[in-house]
Design a binder for this molecule. Structure first.
Ligand code: NIG
Ligand code: FE
Length: 413
């Protein structure tokens, strides 16, 4: 038998697991299986086999043989929360923030989400696609293999559909696995009252998105000054009726009731969590909702970081995603998210890697095919540059440890 790809002499094959049910929780998050001195075989885009080098059959041959001496192999990151389709960056707001303005003050001055919406509304689908694809290539180079992409900078039916069509096109034309989320309720557009806009989301936007089968999930920015807990619940319940499961922007700036909304509506995840207390942690204990930290956003906005240790010590799972967006998290680099998780949230490298691979795969309902080195899963993985241990990756802040990316069994770089 001649296989497609054989990777030999892998110093550490990270995250080797059998298929499991559900996310890793509590103490289990500290366990990261790593097979030393390993080989890995890829065939027809799938992980065919792996094992210790001593067990590699002498007769094994492959069309492409790669040597990973001194290098680690990781499953590609699964980034379960991004807004990577946008028309323009917002560094002018970044400068305002440096000079002391808060996120809310910037929004009140016509910046923020409404600023991105204005720019997106005047961009064509092709322009948006092209701009988003440069970000897609960037995150592939830093190790991401699957990504969730939200709408939310359209804020009209036409423009939300435009964003979701771009997301679908990224899924078809790039090597990334893409899941899409309708985030019509990201902010209230200037020409409508909140009540009018919610009616439009419910009566027009959700049915139009369903008609074209453009979104897997529905999300709401549950936050003071944006959408309340009860408005969030109403919108996501409508989405559920149309087959879109909820995932919620919860507790970023205030104790907004977002976590409770997520638990009450059976959301897949509640994301952000910079402002949670014991009450929210208790509430999560009685649910299967996956708490998700977005350390890039907390870092960029100078917010408190989500209480990762408390969450894990409560026996809960924790996932980590980038929140890649132009306003509050302008990086989709999941290696940087690992560094922030370790440094600012006191997660161990093992916990952070689990949070950004298998737990995000569960949060995106991709754990059958993504998130670990498992026989039969899609061959989405990367080979690092020479490293002394897997902890080097979060330690080496700001550098790219990814040397070679393989997505769906194809070597990309
Ligand atoms: O996840 N919090 C709401 N939405 C984004 C930020 C949006 C923006 O400022 O453009 C977030 O942080
Ligand atoms: Fe977000």
């Amino acid at each position: 038998m001649t296989w497609d790809i054989l990777i030999r002499n892998i110093k550490g094959l990270v995250q080797t697991r059998d298929r499991a049910t559900g996310p890793l929780k509590g103490a289990a998050m500290a366990i990261l299986p790593v097979l030393e001195n390993a080989y890995l075989i890829i065939h027809n885009g799938i992980i065919e086999d792996y094992g210790s080098m001593e067990k590699l059959p002498a007769s094994a041959s492959a069309i492409t043989v790669m040597d990973a001496t001194d290098r680690f192999v990781f499953p590609s990151f699964v980034d379960s929360h991004t807004h990577l389709i946008f028309a323009a960056s917002r560094e002018e707001e970044f400068v305002m923030k440096i000079k002391g303005a808060t996120y809310e003050e910037i929004a009140a001055k016509g910046g923020g989400i409404l600023n991105s919406a204005k720019k997106l509304q005047s961009a064509s689908e092709d322009e948006l696609f092209e701009r988003a694809m440069s970000r897609v290539h960037e995150i592939i180079r830093t190790g991401t293999g699957a990504v969730e992409i939200k709408s939310g900078y359209g804020l009209t039916v036409k423009d939300e559909l435009k964003m979701l069509r771009v997301a679908r096109r990224i899924g078809k034309e790039s090597p990334l696995t893409v899941k899409s989320t309708l985030l019509g309720a990201h902010a209230v557009p200037k020409d409508k009252t909140k009540e009018q806009y919610i009616e439009m989301i419910v009566q027009e936007m959700i049915p139009a998105v369903t008609e074209e089968k453009l979104a897997d999930y529905i999300d709401v920015f549950c936050e003071q000054g944006f959408f309340s807990q009860s408005e969030t619940e109403r919108i996501v319940e409508e989405g559920k009726k149309h087959g879109m499961k909820p995932r919620i922007h919860a507790n970023q700036l205030h104790r907004s009731g977002g976590v409770q909304a997520g638990v009450n509506t059976g959301a897949l995840s509640v994301d952000h969590l910079e402002n949670i207390g014991d009450e929210e942690i208790e509430c999560l204990k009685n649910s299967s909702v996956i708490p998700t930290a977005l350390p890039g956003a907390a870092f960029f906005l100078g917010l408190p970081f989500p209480p990762a240790r408390k969450i894990i010590e409560a026996g809960l799972p924790l996932a980590i995603a980038s929140d890649y967006n132009p306003g509050s998290a302008p990086s989709g680099n999941m290696q940087l998210m690992l560094s922030l998780a370790c440094i600012k949230m006191k997660m161990t490298p093992e916990e952070a890697i689990n949070a950004a691979t298998i737990n995000t795969a569960v949060a995106l309902e991709l754990d059958d095919t993504h998130g670990s080195i498992t026989k039969g899963k899609i061959a989405n993985l990367f080979i690092t540059r020479p490293m002394s241990s897997f902890a080097f990756m979060p330690y080496a802040i700001g550098s790219n440890c990814v040397e070679t990316t393989i997505l769906s069994g194809k070597v990309l770089s």
